[in-house]
Structure formats: structure tokens, C-alpha cells
Design a protein around this ligand. Sequence first.
Ligand code: PLP
Length: 270
Amino acid sequence: MTTSGENNRCVLSIGGLDPSGGAGIIADVLSIRQMGAYPMAVATSITFQSSRGVSGRYDLSPGVVLRQISEIFEVCAPDAIKIGMLGYAGNVSLVSEFLDLNFNGWVVVDPVFRSSSGASLIDDDGISVFREKAIAASSLLTPNVREISTICGFPVTEIADVKTACLYLERLGAKSVLVTGVRKEKGGSSEALDILYDGGEFQIFSSPWIDDFRVRGTGCRLSSAIAAGLARGESLKNAVVKGRRYLRNEVERLKSSDFGVLENGGQVLQ
Ligand code: PLP
């Protein structure tokens, strides 16, 4: 096994395939490439979806997922790994245990539980095993406020809740946590706050709230962009700052384009 060269840092994304490219491993690959790293992708589940929503999913077996990961690791260990949709307990266990045994680099775990259209992307058993194993396998966990509420079992809406929740996650084995999407009203406008807990301190990043729910895969893109920065040797804080900037530009670009089916020049069928 070799590691990738200085100028060709690679990020492996492990997650679900959204064939329309709006979320999941296709969105991850685009973001990783745009952030200057080489992308690799392992599918855990084939989802059936488009810009109209998710109509179902077909989870791959742990054996099929393991075979994809093992073949990559036999030739080249990635510089960072990003975990997205895992689908069910079998693949949550497989991926968490594999990484525990075989990987020492950055592992960015983005909890994927539900699509923004409301479809379930993981079973209840999968969420339990996620709590037991995936959090401890992560070096950075990137939940939004809904996901962190599900993991912790109490509502997380305010900055004070985020702090309590991060300390709870630390007891479950989290090393650092970026909580996204805390909404705060300020002087007649809304701010979007993301809060980073690095295992010692809390840091708050703020930007104007963008009310465009048509852009899918924002969590996928942010966590992948951060993983690319970490693979390239950035500090955690810098990778978060650059990842947030990247996501903002992408959302602005996508919301003013016909991004429904294909982002890069495709036509939306009405
Ligand atoms: N499908 C896959 C494969 C995903 O990984 C995700 C989110 O991570 C989604 C769908 C949901 O995306 P959204 O929340 O933008 O609907």
C-alpha cells in the first residue's frame, strides 16, 4: 500500500448514489475536485431520486461495500475519507469497523438520515449503530440541527443547545463537531450560524440565511469540501472557512441555474 503524493491528495467518499447528481457521491466527487483534491467514491446504496424527491433506495450488502473499499486500500490509502449515507446497521458497522482498523487520517462523517423532501435514508437500527460506532470512528462530525437532535434525543435549536449536544457527542467518542444551520434572527434579517467544536473551544461562523430549499446536497458538498481541505493539509478551522465559502458560492450559482436534473448544462423537464 502506498499513500498519495503531495500534489495529488485524494479523498474517498463513501455514501449513497443519487443518479441525478444533486446529492450523494456524485455531488461529493464534484466538490472534492473543485476543492483541488482527487476524488474516489464507494457506493453503499443506490437511491431512486431526482430534483422531485427520493422515491426509494436499494442498499448494497456489507460484502459489496467492503470489496469496493478493500480494492482501493490495496493500492493507495486516501488522505481523507468522507462518509455520507450508510443506509442500515450492516453498513454502518462495516464502514466504522473497517476505518478503526485500517485508517489513521481525517474521517469526516456527515450524518445522512433523511432527505430534505422527507424520505428516510437510514433505518432506525442504523441510527442506533451510528451512535455506537460511527461517531467514535469520526474525526469530524458534521450534523445539521435536525440530525444532531436525532442523535442526541433532545431538540437542538439555540447556541446553548449546540454546546450541550457537542459535549454529549464527545462522550460518545466525537473528536470535533461542526453543527450547521442554527437560525438566528437579527435586526429584521436571518443569519445562518455554523458552530465548530474542536474538542476544546467553540467557534461560531455566521452568514446571511439563504432561503432556497431547491438546492439539494448542501450537507454533502460542505463536508466533502472540508475533507478535501483537510486532505491538502489545511488546519481544521481553515478547512471549515474555505468549505463554507465554497458552499456559499455553489448555492448562489445553483439557485440561479436550471439545476433540477443536471447542474452543468442539463435541462429541467417540467
Ligand atoms: N441522497 C443521498 C445519496 C444523500 O447522500 C443525501 C444527503 O446527504 C440526500 C439524498 C439528501 O439530500 P438533500 O438533503 O439535499 O435532499
